[in-house]
Write a protein that binds this ligand. Structure first.
Ligand code: HEM
Length: 363
């Protein structure tokens, strides 16, 4: 199958907002003709029923059901709870002598707790869902494992919906169930698909952002010093990390609904496009000295939260979480350092861009 990877910042920005580019898989000839193999690891990204695979009015309907949970006011209201949870997790790090995986002990539990609380999930459900969602974003899973993970996720989220139907709570899952029951605005499949999307988008990405930011700062001590001395702020670290090491490496897929000339090629109607966010962040035609991690860049413009109608719904929340995490971590442990000789192995994923482990010491 042929897919166009869009790696240049300006071209990507244009195509993400181009009305001739859609996200409904029915636009894709390969999909429509049933030519995708069963268990294809990216199938879920293409078929999950929800806003991320919808266009136009359908997209607006699905997106509008959850937007009110992410207004700037709602996010500001979450700030004290995020701060408290980060502080608790940081307390726990003090006991981990001799080096530990920052990803497992800090970068993962914070965003998972935030999205888990928003969706009203129990702790055991969160851990089980994380395991399954990891397989889902890992494009190296075998077809059997990909199918099993997808079925497991739908089954677990289905049981969450059933339990919330019995006993609604003050959470987004209960709000979505109420919206479904109040009218015909959301099918049962879309309800579960939306939960799946919120869960995966809400934690895998922010986990990568926190990991990638800490990793970049530890590799560039002079940049870290600028923040610790007050010469730059944490939001500059977050924006530069998003550009330099985009948490979403590439996002599948979009499709041309008509022929689209791009430079000296033509993307034909029915062909697929891949938004290559990590590559766009390093496009030297757009970012001067693109491979340098430099938090003092003027007006960092990246596309790492997407662009156009599918711009990330959780961008404000992700920024809040990452800034809180970094400020808290380096405030409490300014001497944080990498474990000597630890390998930084990349995650084997087409979508998720980070390292498997980030071994650090605080003692
Ligand atoms: C969409 C990145 C955090 C919810 C997107 C897209 C990107 C992205 C690139 C566009 C995908 C595309 O169509 O090409 C990120 C990054 C994050 C992050 C880098 C953290 C560092 C979050 C969080 C949430 C969230 C915390 C929710 C709690 C969503 C949703 C969409 C989305 C629902 C789909 C929007 C739509 O299709 O209209 N995100 N995201 N994201 N994101 Fe995020």
């Amino acid at each position: 199958m042929v897919v166009w990877a869009i790696t240049h910042h300006d071209t990507l920005q244009e195509l993400l907002a181009d009305p001739r580019v859609g996200k409904n898989a029915q636009l894709w000839t390969t999909f429509r003709e049933g030519r995708l193999p069963e268990g294809w690891p990216l199938l879920n990204f293409v078929t999950v029923p929800g806003m991320v695979t919808a266009d136009g009015a359908d997209h607006r309907r699905l997106r509008s059901l959850v937007t009110q949970a992410f207004t700037p006011r709602r996010i500001a209201e979450l700030a004290p709870a995020v701060e408290r949870r980060a502080a608790e997790l940081l307390d726990g790090l003090a006991g981990l002598e001799g080096g530990f995986d920052l990803r497992e002990h800090f970068a993962y539990p914070l965003p998972m707790w935030v999205i888990g609380s928003l969706l009203g999930l129990e702790q055991e459900q969160q851990d089980a869902l994380h395991e399954l969602s990891n397989t889902l974003v890992s494009s190296s899973a075998t077809p059997q494992a990909a199918i099993a993970a997808q079925q497991g996720l739908y089954a677990l989220l289905g049981s969450v919906v059933a339990a919330k139907r019995e006993r609604p709570g003050d959470d987004l899952t209960s709000d979505l169930i109420a919206a479904r029951e109040a009218g015909d605005r959301l099918s049962e499949q879309e309800l579960v698909g939306t939960l799946l999307l919120m869960l995966v988008a809400g934690h895998e990405t922010t986990l990568n952002l926190i990991t990638n930011a800490v990793r970049a700062l530890l590799a560039h001590p002079a940049q870290l010093k600028l923040v610790l001395d007050g010469a730059a702020d944490w939001s500059a670290v977050v924006e530069e990390t998003l550009r330099y090491d985009s948490p979403v490496g590439q996002f599948p897929l979009r499709y041309a609904s008509e022929d689209i000339p791009v430079g000296d090629v033509v993307i034909r109607r029915g062909e697929a496009l891949l938004a290559s966010y990590a590559a766009a962040g390093r496009d030297s035609g757009h970012h001067p000295d693109a491979d340098a991690f430099d938090i003092t860049r003027e007006g960092t413009r990246h596309l790492s939260f997407g662009h156009g109608p599918h711009f990330c719904l959780g961008a404000g929340l992700a920024r809040l979480e990452a800034e809180t995490a970094l400020r808290g971590l380096f405030g409490r442990y300014p001497g944080l350092r990498p474990v000597d000789g630890a390998q930084a192995e990349p995650i084997a994923s087409f979508v998720s861009n980070s390292v498997r482990k980030l071994m650090v010491r605080v003692d």
